[in-house]
Design a protein around this ligand. Structure first.
Ligand SMILES: C[S@@+](CC[C@H](N)C(=O)[O-])C[C@H]1O[C@@H](n2cnc3c(N)ncnc32)[C@H](O)[C@@H]1O
Length: 865
């Protein structure tokens, strides 16, 4: 896990503007551009929800008025709780008082407000009009803060309602979590924070104890020192020295959107996360190590199915919904949504939870999906709809619908499947396309079999000035046998039940559709039920094409939601052809790639005693306690060329056991070391990357640590790039002067320690520092320096680049080493922003590596980054 989880106090920068809802837009003003231009009326849309009586008669006008109003801006403080609270404190203590003092036309201006039901008030919402923001200095400076913190990942711009599903998942440390439809990743970001919950404190306790045992200096933060026994006895998981042992797999079928997801989650720097690119309806079973010799497959504790939907609850943010809403949008998605939910339930552990959510208010995409999936999975005895009415106190919500009507494509309303069948018998099949029995409420179910759909949760825009949303939490009570897709409530077929994924009964990555009832699926299960390897024959059937996207199926979709909620049909097609065939399956990484297959470099783990790793351990005096078998590279040779990544142990096992099985891994691992040119015999060529430093820092030997205690010293290092420490320069470096004077050249760890002193820090910060022959430099992208200066010192002064100054002098006394560092800084500066993929960066042949200059033309440095 990264800075955000271990309080490094900084984040990887993320450029703004890519991806609706990506949570990283920097433009806080102009996100709802054409809001006013769209006519906010649509006969069928209004007729449908009015006739459904989604709200009481006397609320209808308020409901529609809210839907026509622009959505407030909202955001969430992201990262570890400690870090998020520290950034939030800045808002509360500095910006809010300034803003509330503003008077506009004699009236106080509405300030940003915390969302009352969100834990620790880490989510906020604001309705301030643009003209006010532009007019008043306190708002302008607040906006600067928002932009700066968003760009480094400390603030995530996210719709309030979209924050609800992860909160209801009850993710605990150690859980294995799957986010099936994850792009652009705002909920994945919440989930990974939960997977790392409490890690910061656990690690500090472990380090404290170890330091005490070894009589080493530890951070003077007054923590109680627990013995190993005490630690083992309390509830927290110390099995991996306090590191998080959970896992998040974030998946999206659309490769381009999976890349947006990568961008969003990468800056969270979690080694416990994998991004995959599969169709959720047939998400492959993932092989995991087994001590018994049989093949074992991963089952999840928690699954989020935030499925593609028509998105009509987002019409306040996406006004085109008004223009584009037609009944076919929801109808065309129902089958895929049911498939995704059933697949989720299959992959879930007994006792685990699936949270199903949409940003649509349409029951055909919501309650109808839940009841269809329950029908096919064996009903209340197998899966329970949890009552979450006590969760998130303060959140106003409505109960799920037990009865509803379906609007067909021509706008006629139908109350039951029986009615449709009778109409078909009387007037023929025309005009009933897409209507399915499973879309209707099950009127003929006996009382005892009725599903408690009132436990589903609906959120409407007028209750708390949000978008519309639907959430249901399902608990799996026992293993399920899903009935086939052609199962009909009215004509139940006894046969053809298909068991869910037993831990040892897989759906292979390269298997055909997992849609229950498919003969191929049954065959695979039969193959696997005795614990043997499943058949590797290609078993593609008609059912393989049953994962049609709405557009493939001819559903009309509203333009706005296409990029966000829908998989693009051509991607689905492409994806199908990309999945390795069983013949490819075991042929290893040299499988011939199909021409349209996106290129992903393989993940290769390094031997713990790889010579390059040994050099690193030696230079940084890395404690033996730090695990050495979790480092990997991303290239086919398996040799460390440019970057070395670190992953959690489960991630390693999954990658190693599944990569050659057709699993599509897109991203995992935290960049820990980057190779660079550096002069001097004793300098380690592998510098610690800022992303990796929070994971490694407590295990780095004192020889490579610089401790900083005073606010002004850090401020100097943030504002000044390459301050001189050679000659008498070190004397200007306050309390770290002597230490950096004596520090050997190369990369080291700057530890900003906490203290109660007036000029001390309350928040622990750890940063990479480079000591070159003449100067010193924080290895931070400029935007992160600026964000920290603003947050910690309310200082937006321009940065000073001493190296540039020196080089401008005719006889600039610049050493080659210092100039190299300049280039390095420039290279690092690109670090968090629109980088090429890791694979691209790693793939650059040595001789083609971008050679950058520092502007002085006399020195160059190679760095693939
Ligand atoms: C509502 S968006 C998810 C939003 C996301 N959970 C977030 O909070 O940022 C739905 C996503 O599902 C993806 N999707 C559509 N069909 C899919 C499928 N069959 N399997 C997996 N993902 C799918 C879309 O590409 C889209 O990114």
């Amino acid at each position: 896990m990264g800075k955000n989880f271990r309080g490094r106090g900084r984040g990887r920068g993320g450029g703004g503007g890519r991806g609706r809802g990506a949570g990283n837009r920097n433009n806080w003003e102009n996100t709802r551009g054409d809001y006013k231009e769209v006519v906010k009326s649509n006969k069928l849309f209004e007729k449908y929800y009015d006739e459904l009586n989604v709200v009481e008669e006397d609320e209808k006008s308020e409901f529609w008025t809210a839907l026509r109003r622009e959505l407030p801006n909202s955001f969430r403080f992201a990262g570890s709780k400690g870090h998020a609270l520290a950034v939030q404190k800045r808002l509360v203590e500095h910006y809010i008082p300034e803003i509330t003092s503003v008077r506009y036309d004699g009236e106080a201006v509405e300030p940003p407000r915390p969302v009352e039901w969100f834990p620790e008030k880490l989510a906020w919402s604001m309705t301030t009009p643009k003209n006010v923001v532009r007019k008043f200095a306190p708002f302008k400076s607040f906006q600067k803060f928002l932009v700066s913190e968003t760009s480094v990942g400390n603030i995530s711009r996210q719709e309030i309602v979209s924050m609800i599903p992860p909160l209801l998942m009850d993710v605990r440390p150690g859980h294995t979590v799957l986010d099936l439809c994850a792009a652009p990743g705002s909920k994945s970001a919440q989930l990974i924070e939960m997977v790392h919950g409490g890690e910061e404190a656990r690690i500090r306790k472990v380090v404290h104890r170890l330091a005490k045992e070894q009589d080493r200096e530890a951070s003077p933060d007054g923590l109680e020192v627990e013995s190993e026994k005490d630690q083992a006895e309390n509830e927290d998981d110390y099995s991996d020295d306090g590191r998080a042992t959970g896992l998040l797999i974030a998946n999206d079928v659309d490769y381009r959107r999976a890349q947006m997801l990568v961008h969003q989650v990468k800056r969270l720097n979690s080694p416990n996360m994998i991004v995959t690119n599969h169709d959720a309806t047939q998400f492959p079973s993932i092989r995991i190590p087994s001590s018994t010799g049989t093949t074992k497959y991963l089952k999840f504790d928690r699954i989020l199915a935030d499925v593609p939907c028509s998105g009509d609850g987002t019409c306040r943010k996406n006004p085109n919904v008004w223009k584009d809403w037609i009944p076919g949008n929801g109808l065309g998605l129902h089958i895929m949504q049911v498939r995704i939910l059933i697949r989720s339930l299959q992959m879930l552990k007994v006792g685990g939870r699936v949270v199903y959510s949409t940003c649509s208010m349409n029951p055909v995409e919501n309650e109808a999906v839940i009841s269809s999936a329950l029908d096919r999975c064996g009903g209340n005895a197998k899966v329970r709809i949890l009552d979450c009415s006590k969760s998130l106190p303060g959140l106003k919500r409505y109960s799920g619908m037990k009865q509803w009507k379906i609007m067909d494509k021509s706008g006629r309303m139908w109350s039951s499947w029986k009615e449709v069948e009778e109409a078909k018998a009387a007037s023929g099949e025309d005009g009933f396309a897409r209507l399915e029995e499973g879309m209707f409420p099950a009127t003929d179910l006996a009382e005892a079999e009725q599903y408690p759909l009132q436990n589903c949760m609906r959120v409407y825009p007028h209750s708390q000035d949000t978008g519309g949303f639907f959430i249901t939490v399902l608990e799996k009570l026992s293993e399920i046998r899903a009935k086939p897709e052609d199962y009909r409530r009215s004509k139940p077929a006894a046969a053809d039940l298909v068991q869910d994924d037993a831990e040892e009964a897989p759906v292979e990555a390269d298997s055909p559709s997992n849609i229950p009832g498919s003969p191929s699926k049954k065959r695979i299960l039969e193959d696997a039920e005795d614990g043997t390897e499943p058949s590797s024959k290609k078993l593609k059937t008609e059912d393989d094409t049953s994962t049609e996207s709405p557009a493939e199926a001819g559903a009309e979709t509203n333009g706005h939601s296409k990029p966000e909620r829908y998989a693009k049909p051509e991607r689905n097609e492409q994806f199908k052809s990309e999945v390795a065939t069983p013949q490819d399956d075991h042929s290893g990484p040299n499988v011939k790639k199909k021409s349209n297959q996106p290129h992903e470099e393989p993940f290769k783990y390094l031997a713990p005693d790889h010579p390059e790793l040994l050099k690193i351990y030696d230079f940084y005096k890395v404690s033996d306690r730090f695990p050495r078998d979790r480092f990997m590279v991303r290239n086919a040779t398996g040799e460390p060329v440019k970057a070395i990544y670190y992953t959690a142990v489960h991630v390693r096992d999954i990658l190693q056991l599944n990569e050659s099985r057709g699993m599509k891994f897109v991203m995992c691992g935290v960049k820990m070391f980057m190779k660079q040119d550096a002069q001097g015999q004793d300098i380690c060529r592998w510098r610690i990357q800022s992303e990796g430093i929070p994971i490694l820092e407590t295990y780095v030997g004192e020889e490579r640590i610089v401790r900083l205690y005073k606010r002004e010293t850090l401020r100097k290092l943030l504002i000044e790039m390459f301050p001189k420490v050679g000659g008498d320069g070190w004397k200007d470096m306050a309390e770290i002067g002597e230490r950096v004077r004596d520090m050997g050249m190369g990369c080291c760890v700057l530890r900003v320690e906490t203290s109660d002193a007036e000029d001390g820090f309350k928040e622990r910060i750890v940063l990479p520092l480079w000591r070159s022959m003449q100067s010193l430099n924080l290895m931070l992208p400029k935007e992160e320096r600026k964000a920290m200066l603003l947050r910690l010192y309310n200082d937006d002064s321009p940065l000073i680049d001493h190296n540039k100054e020196r080089n401008m002098k005719p006889n600039g006394a610049n050493s080659e080493e210092d100039a190299k560092s300049v280039i390095e800084e420039d290279a690092d500066d690109t670090g968090g922003v629109l980088l090429p993929t890791e694979a691209e960066a790693e793939n650059v042949p040595e001789d083609k590596v971008d050679v950058r200059t520092n502007g002085s033309n006399d020195v160059q440095m190679k760095d693939a980054e």
